[in-house]
Ligand binder design. Structure first.
Ligand SMILES: [Zn+2]
Ligand SMILES: [Zn+2]
Length: 287
């Protein structure tokens, strides 16, 4: 049986073409994502639909968070919730000030063990606690939390689903457990840590116990480990891959790009590779 030929756009009559372009232009925006910061010195990601606006982690000062939101036409005034992955300062150092932006406080979603590990300085935060591994909704965004191996009290990664789009945000983990890989299946966009280059870490300025911690099973993912994951296991559905949480002392964006693009080369995936550079917010990703 002959397979039907795909119709080239050049063969379509002009009135059909113009109708197709109008349809595309009118397609409602489902999800908007911007990585406001991603590195060992601060982490914050913005995810929004038309009905919900979320920050994942609050590792920037309130002023910087506001400035980076306003650069993409958003504001802290309309943020519905802050989700916290774990208590390390590069993820929570702005949390107290950011939540107090509103008199009643912006609701904070975190596990109760993580909440207990944070010094709130006599402030009673507007907490919505969840169990690691549970799922919940904020507006029209469905959120799955899952445990990750990291040296914090109760660290979690997140997947977000809205309008058929799935986004995974996973940083700060010593290795990719089978359950984390399972959670990341079917993601359209994946924000994944590529923390350090092993050689740079070994000869770098950190004291030996810190190097051991970073390389350990509850530390951070190296470029090499991420490369192996991309080569063998990245889901075919992932069209946008953002590698982030780069160490400023033990990595370089160009090394991350090289290792990841070599890993992706052997696979015929339509994956766009983006490196989240320390100190800069990313472009806005829209679906
Ligand atoms: Zn971190
Ligand atoms: Zn951490």
């Amino acid at each position: 049986m002959r397979t039907p030929k795909r119709l080239s756009p050049r063969l379509l009559p002009p009135h059909v073409l113009s109708c197709l372009f109008k349809l595309k232009a009118r397609r409602p925006l489902i999800v908007k994502v911007c990585i406001l910061a991603s590195s060992s010195s601060g982490n914050c990601t913005f995810i929004a639909t038309s009905r919900a606006r979320i920050l994942v982690d609050a590792g920037l000062s309130k002023r910087e968070t506001q400035a980076r939101l306003s650069a993409i036409g958003e504001s802290l005034d309309s943020v519905d919730a802050i989700l916290v992955s774990h208590e390390h300062s590069d993820h929570v150092c702005g949390l107290g000030a950011v939540t107090r932006h509103r008199d009643s406080g912006i609701p904070i979603y975190m596990t109760s063990l993580t909440a207990r590990a944070i010094d709130w300085n006599d402030y009673t935060p507007p907490l919505e606690s969840f169990q690691a591994g549970s799922s919940f909704h904020i507006g029209d965004i469905e959120i799955d939390s899952f445990t990750i191996p990291h040296d914090a009290c109760d660290p979690v990664g997140f997947c977000f689903r809205a309008g058929g789009i799935k986004i995974g945000v996973v940083t700060d983990l010593g290795y990719l457990t089978d359950s984390v890989k399972y959670q990341l299946r079917g993601t359209d966009m994946l924000v994944l840590e590529s923390n350090h280059d092993l050689e740079m870490l070994k000869v770098g300025p950190y004291p030996w116990p810190v190097k051991q911690r970073v390389m350990g099973r509850r530390g951070h993912l190296s470029n090499e480990v991420v490369g192996a994951f991309l080569r063998d296991e990245l889901d075919m559905r992932t069209t946008t891959l953002v590698l982030g949480h780069l160490s400023e002392h033990n990595n370089h964006p160009e090394i991350v790009r090289l290792v990841a693009s070599q890993a992706l080369e052997g696979r015929s995936l339509f994956t766009r590779l983006v490196i989240a550079e320390p100190g800069r917010q990313s472009e806005v990703f829209e679906y």
